[in-house]
Ligand binder design. Structure first.
Ligand code: FDA
Length: 507
């Protein structure tokens, strides 16, 4: 059996074989399933026909990672690295060839240095642990990360990382200052020893292509003692279409301190049982209600924002609030297994970028498709761009979606256990909505966000991957930065050991 020679190799390589044996799980091991399933967030990838790893290694020491890379190469096994397990296509724990999962959940220390405004965070920590540890030491420091706090720092920052501070401070990858990294030869590299090309590639070029990130050194950013959050909802009957049409012009031009988004859902209107669309204008502002109200009155009077719609709170509380779990103690951010009830156990997502405002007729076509799918978890979110994103060059990191974008569209269709029979129909709905949007969104390439992984836009062959085939999805995620990613890959991993369905190929 391939994994028996692999296991033998691991015990020979490890300088302390008793310690490595405690972090190896095979199917014979009674904890194998619970270790595997603990970080499967999307149950679409936990069915009886989902391919499972031969072995899971949960390293507690760097030497365990090095030994796993060495023995996997030697015995021809693929490895998949998992930090938080949120990959939308399950690529951190599913492969169609014999494979080993390196699950970094034990690499989770977070060290905050308030004086120098930096933090060292290990890859297996979740965003919530980072936020909580920052808040323990300072109310006026933050990290520009995502809202859903069980996301792993390892995969999130590898894909750029977008969140509510991104119009002010850029992507998470823009705020990495150093790294601890292991390459295919087991060498431990930092920014200086890896050189600027590889350091550029790993801050947005997508996880699982270049090697394994063990820890990031992050820049912490200033935030006011209190931020303001608001949510204002309007149905189609309350002029939602006109408001969204205006929003497209206004939101990308708002000051960097405002983070504007719109969530769209179909609901059964309570009055007459008809189906309508509700648009929720949700924002976070780095400042007080007194500063926000006159700004919104001047820029977007049509929204009719009032003091009652707004709440002031600390930045870290705004993370909990935006998860829809107000009145919870901050300690909930440390709960790595938390499953937010707003996210269904099964889902499929897609993404788009909008560069020209969409006409009201065009928007109405999208809303009528939304009303075909009255499921609480089917949601389309518009995330405004602009702010600092217009001022950071497209090639600063692999994340290329900068100036020229008004907003990003996130399409999410989700379903519950008892609705599994309708899974294909629901996924098909997402694809049809996406097809409908073709004339209104970016073209040549039709851009997409790597962290919103979507295998519909193209994937590599299971065996060898050609540059041509990879450039189909690669240019959508990275535009011209794809070619530089290929050059870096060719240098650091020419034999393509670190690979998956959307990994960067060497030339
Ligand atoms: P996971 O462990 O699945 O890894 C993802 C990819 O990175 C895989 O290819 C994996 O092999 C690789 N990888 C993981 N750890 C690595 C390491 N240490 N070194 C090298 N490669 C590694 N995104 C966003 O930008 N903003 C957001 O607000 C959100 N919100 C959001 C909500 C929910 C509910 C989900 C499910 C996802 C998001 N995302 C997101 C997307 C998320 O950022 C993306 O899925 C990240 O890759 C997740 O990182 P994890 O470590 O959790 O994933």
């Amino acid at each position: 059996l391939p994994h028996e020679t692999f296991l033998h190799c691991l015990s020979l390589r490890s300088n302390d074989s008793s310690s490595i044996s405690r972090v190896i799980f095979t199917r014979q091991n009674s904890s194998y399933e619970s270790v595997l399933e603990a970080r499967i967030r999307n149950l679409r990838f936990n069915s009886s026909d989902t391919p499972k790893p031969l072995v899971i290694v949960t390293p507690t020491q760097i030497s365990h990672v090095q030994a796993t890379i060495y023995c996997s190469r030697k015995h021809g096994l693929q490895t998949r690295t998992r930090s938080g397990g949120h990959d939308y296509e399950g690529l951190s724990f599913v492969a169609r060839v014999p494979f080993v999962v390196i699950d970094l959940f034990n690499f989770r220390s977070v060290d905050i240095d308030v004086e120098n405004r930096v933090a060292w965070v290990q890859a297996g920590a979740i965003l919530g642990e980072l936020y909580y540890r920052i808040a323990e030491k300072s109310r006026t420091l933050a990290f520009p990360g995502g809202v859903f706090y069980t996301i792993g720092v390892g995969g999130y920052i590898s894909g750029g990382g977008f969140g509510l501070l991104f119009r002010k401070y850029g992507t998470a990858g823009d705020n990495v200052v150093d790294v601890q990294f292991i390459d295919v030869n087991g060498r431990i590299l930092d920014r200086e020893s890896m050189g600027e090309d590889l350091f550029w590639a790993i801050r947005g070029g997508g996880g699982g292509s270049f090697g394994i990130v063990l820890a990031w050194k992050l820049r912490l950013v200033p935030v006011p003692e209190n931020v303001t959050v608001f949510s204002v909802s309007r149905t189609l009957e309350q002029n939602a279409t006109e408001l969204i049409h205006r929003w497209q012009y206004i939101a990308p031009e708002l000051p960097d301190e405002v983070y504007p988004s719109v969530q769209l859902r179909a609901i059964n209107s309570t009055q007459d049982g008809r189906i309508t669309v509700v648009a929720s204008f949700i924002s976070m502002f780095l400042g007080s209600i007194d500063e926000l109200l006159p700004l919104m009155e001047q820029r977007f009077p049509e929204l009719g924002l009032t003091r009652q719609d707004c709440t002031e709170m600390s930045w870290v509380q705004s993370i909990v609030f935006n998860n829809g779990i107000q009145n919870q103690p901050l300690e909930i951010l440390l709960n790595r297994t938390y499953r937010n009830p707003v996210i269904t156990p099964y889902y499929k997502i897609k993404s788009d970028y909008v560069k020209q405002p969409i006409s009201e007729t065009g928007l109405n076509g999208l809303f009528s498709r939304l009303t075909e799918e009255v499921a609480s978890s089917t949601v389309i979110i518009l995330f405004a761009y602009g702010g600092i994103m217009n001022r950071i060059p497209e090639n600063a990191t692999p994340f290329p979606h900068r100036a020229g974008n008004l907003y990003k569209i996130f399409y999410n269709v989700g379903w519950l256990e008892d609705d599994k029979v309708n899974a294909e129909r629901r996924i098909d709905w997402a694809r049809r909505a996406y097809n409908y949007m073709t004339p209104f969104v970016s073209k040549n390439p039709r851009e997409a966000y790597i962290n919103y992984r979507d295998l519909d836009i193209g994937s590599n062959n299971i065996g060898d991957t050609s540059y041509e085939q990879a450039s189909i999805w690669g240019h959508k995620y990275f535009k011209d930065n794809f070619n530089r990613l290929v050059q870096v890959k060719t240098k650091i991993d020419p034999e393509n050991f670190f690979k998956h369905e959307q990994s960067i190929p060497p030339r």
